[in-house]
Design a protein around this ligand. Structure first.
Ligand SMILES: NC(=O)c1ccc[n+]([C@@H]2O[C@H](COP(=O)([O-])OP(=O)(O)OC[C@H]3O[C@@H](n4cnc5c(N)ncnc54)[C@H](O)[C@@H]3O)[C@@H](O)[C@H]2O)c1
Length: 363
């Protein structure tokens, strides 16, 4: 019988390693969502809700499985008592997002009784989380008016900047980016904050973005920033640092081959297009600061809501990304592996060591 099942429906095989995958369907509102919980070994899973017009359900499933696993590793390395989860809502947020759909989604999240906390991601915003929270207690990333942490990109960018300083320290012996040329691909919510940090530090910044209005906004705020036509032109520039801050899979064989930068450090999730790219980067002498290590500031920011949000406490935790990134590079050197593999080892070590403590029964 098993052989007659199409590979597309081997859902248990595809979700191997995950604790739970939940399919949420509400026909009247058009809600079709998948919630994936990779791990709750360190605590409840937390991860954003991506609202995206996936080409098909398999793309949506693959995305939520990859993203939820990354969240578990991100939370572990950020030192949080949180596991990893993520959700996707299939559809165009511009045309299909309604109050009723978001609230239906909230009721499904509520039904998990705290095994999964949601937040914003691509296509969802703090105001959406306010709607979700009307039917659900397990929501972060709400607006400040509703007790939330608001826009998480502020600390995401600050954390990426800390990771970049750590990479500069390891590469050039000093954590400053002053006088370095940094190429930022994608100057949306995170990218434009990153540009500000870099300029304040005294770096030269070159940007590209497919959205002309977004580019115009950055140019208006920072007239000294140089703009190039597209990502390929940016990659061809003489750069010291390349910061992918748009979509995933930004680093493929071609990009690695043509990059002049000594460091890659950016906000985008899942930057490595396929297994092996981390090794190609190392072979070319490019120091890669693993994405989920340096972009955890947003997670730290929304997780702080669970303690009653304090921006200053979250900022201080985010600053530690500098030390964590240095630890990753140090382990990579000791073990003779690329930084991406070293980051996975450190995250898995914490999940095993701290997760094991739950075996000590507390009455
Ligand atoms: N917002 C957060 O707190 C956060 C946290 C962790 C990771 N991330 C990741 O960081 C990345 C950026 O997030 P964001 O919140 O700034 O998103 P965003 O949508 O605000 O910005 C992304 C920008 O990239 C641009 N873009 C898209 N395709 C491009 C291309 N081919 N070339 C150049 N520019 C392109 C878009 O026009 C947009 O301006 C995403 O990968 C996201 O998953 C974000």
């Amino acid at each position: 019988m098993t052989d007659q099942i199409s590979p597309s429906v081997r859902v248990f095989e595809r979700a191997a390693g995950h604790e739970q995958v939940v399919y949420c369907h509400d026909e009247p509102t058009g809600l079709r969502a998948i919630i994936a919980i990779y791990s709750t070994v360190l605590g409840p899973s937390l991860g954003g809700t991506r609202f995206f017009p996936y080409a098909d359900e398999q793309d949506a499933l693959d995305d939520v499985l990859n993203l939820s696993k990354s969240m578990a590793y991100k939370a572990a390395l950020a030192g949080l008592d949180l596991g990893g989860g993520k959700a996707v809502i299939i559809g165009d947020p511009v045309t299909t997002k309604t109050e009723a759909l978001l609230r239906a989604y909230g009721r499904f999240v509520q039904s998990l009784n705290g095994r999964y906390y949601t937040a914003c991601d691509v296509g969802t915003y703090p105001a959406d989380m306010d709607h979700v929270a009307r039917d659900c207690s397990f929501v972060t990333g709400r607006t400040a008016a509703h007790g939330g942490a608001g826009d998480s990109s502020v600390l995401t960018a600050f954390g990426v900047f800390q990771g970049m300083r750590a990479a500069a320290d390891s590469t050039w012996g000093s954590p400053t980016l002053a006088g370095r040329t940094v190429g930022v691909a994608g100057v949306g919510k995170v990218g434009h904050h990153l540009v500000r940090h870099l300029l304040e530090e005294g770096a030269d910044v070159v940007i590209s973005d497919v959205n002309a209005a977004t580019v115009a906004r950055v140019q208006h705020e920072h007239p000294h920033v140089r703009v190039v036509a597209d990502v390929n032109s940016l990659i061809a520039e003489p750069l010291d640092v390349y910061a992918p801050c748009a979509l995933g899979a930004a680093l493929d064989d071609e990009v690695v081959e043509s990059l002049s930068a000594a460091i890659v450090c950016g906000a985008a999730n899942n930057q490595l297009a396929h297994a092996g790219v981390e090794k190609s980067l190392q072979d070319r002498g490019i120091l890669y600061a693993p994405d989920y290590v340096v972009n955890s500031g947003g997670l730290i920011q929304v997780a702080d809501e669970l303690e009653g949000f304090s921006f200053e406490r979250a900022r201080q935790r985010t600053e530690k990304i500098f030390d964590t990134t240095k630890r990753v590079f140090a382990l990579a050197g000791e073990d003779g592996v690329p930084p991406a593999a070293a980051a996975d080892r450190l995250a898995e070590r914490r999940m095993a060591e701290v997760g094991r403590l739950r075996k000590i029964w507390l009455a």
